[in-house]
Design a protein around this ligand. Structure first.
Ligand code: DP6
Length: 372
């Protein structure tokens, strides 16, 4: 697949106006994407669990303009006009215009809301950009006539729809390309996963043991403030980083190791691998120039408590981290009663205002309005 395949043929339908709504989830990386090349191409492969409850719901209302001029759109978050969101979306529109040539022919109203609090320190870029990409794909679908397609062609076109949505989402925010489908998504070309691509996320195609079905993610909100390092700045720190080359190779090695772990359901090996990934991500930030410590004292308290509890009980509780202080506590569903009790009794005290979010593996985005 090359970028060229996402440039549509001429639009055969005329649509004056309409409205589409999608909800799209966040995701949590097990093997981390950290470092990118030009055009949002990742330096290494990543794999994530798609989440279920943390999501963005976006409605795009569109109407045809008299003349094709510049991009015209307004953005609303929770009903409130957000002009400070516009530059990011404008950049996104510029990047995807060649793949969505209708963008300048319409005026858009983008209304968005998150199921998690905006100030939770949870990045909404993955769910937000994927929801927007899906809305734009639904509009494009209305412009492309497919009434003559056979059932086989239609299912192929569904696959194309998701692939292009992921491709577009990636151009908005790298990790967003892993939010279109579920439950395990791989992004970044590698030798382990057939069909993997730098251009879009693909569903992990191999056997996954029942131990990983319904895996739980309890997100402990240690610091709900603005991110100390934006992802753009963070990824750039990997340029000329003294350990970058080894880190990128390690991600490939980790993916190779993860495959038999996912197949056999070896939870101890899974825990060792994902915790090492989380700490490596932070080690990369501590050893870049400039350097950053994105964990807070409470992040470390939580990690130590998790380790002690795991040792004491033999339960399969583990953690992963994003580029921030919040802790994602991961564990299998069948151990959730005791682990959740431990979280409430021992870990919630380290969260800002005692806030945490219970989530679990999910299966991807859903369209909430039927447009055709
Ligand atoms: C640490 O996808 O937010 O969460 O492509 O610049 O938008 P941009 O970056 P972003 O980076 C996410 C990095 C991470 C790890 C991961 O999700 O793989």
């Amino acid at each position: 697949m090359t970028e060229q395949q996402f440039i549509p043929k001429t639009y055969s339908n005329t649509v004056e106006s309409g409205k589409v709504t999608w909800e799209s989830p966040s995701n949590i990386a097990l093997i981390k994407y950290w470092g990118k090349k030009k055009d949002q191409i990742p330096e290494n492969p990543s794999i994530s669990f798609t989440l279920n409850h943390c999501k963005t719901i976006t409605t795009v209302t569109f109407s045809k303009k008299e003349n094709i001029s510049d991009f015209e759109f307004d953005v609303f978050l929770d009903g409130e006009k957000k002009d400070d969101f516009k530059p990011k979306i404008e950049t996104f529109f510029k990047r995807v215009e060649v793949y969505l040539p209708f963008l300048k022919a319409y005026k858009f109203k983008i209304e968005t809301k998150n199921t998690f609090p905006h100030s939770s320190g949870i990045a909404s870029s993955a769910s937000g950009m994927s929801a927007l990409a899906l809305c734009l794909m639904s509009i494009e679908k209305q412009l492309l006539s497919d009434v003559t397609l056979s059932a086989v062609e239609r299912s192929l076109s569904d696959n194309y729809f998701n692939q292009k949505a992921s491709f577009l989402a990636r151009l908005g925010s790298g990790s967003a390309c892993r939010s279109i489908e579920g439950d395990l998504i791989v992004w970044g070309e590698n030798e382990v996963v057939d069909g993997s691509s730098d251009l879009f996320g693909v569903k992990y195609p191999y056997k996954v043991h029942d131990n990983f079905k319904d895996y739980q993610d309890t997100i402990l909100l240690v610091d709900k403030g603005e991110k100390q390092v934006s992802s753009t700045v963070g990824h750039n720190l990997m340029h000329n980083h003294p350990y970058a080359k080894n880190r990128f190779q390690q991600a490939h090695n980790h993916l190779e190791k993860l495959k038999p772990i996912l197949e056999s359901g070896d939870l101890d090996a899974f825990i060792a691998l994902i915790e090492s990934e989380a700490l490596t991500l932070h080690a990369m930030m501590m050893t870049s120039m400039p350097y950053f410590i994105l964990m807070k004292p409470n992040t470390l308290e939580i990690i130590n408590k998790i380790w002690m509890f795991r040792q004491k009980t033999g339960l399969h509780i583990s953690f992963t981290l994003d580029a921030g202080a919040n802790v994602h506590v991961l564990y299998p569903k069948n151990e959730s009663v005791k682990i959740l009790e431990f979280i409430k009794n021992e870990l919630v005290a380290y969260c800002q205002n005692g806030h945490y979010i219970c989530d679990q593996i999910g299966f991807g985005a859903k369209q909430l309005t039927i447009d055709n």
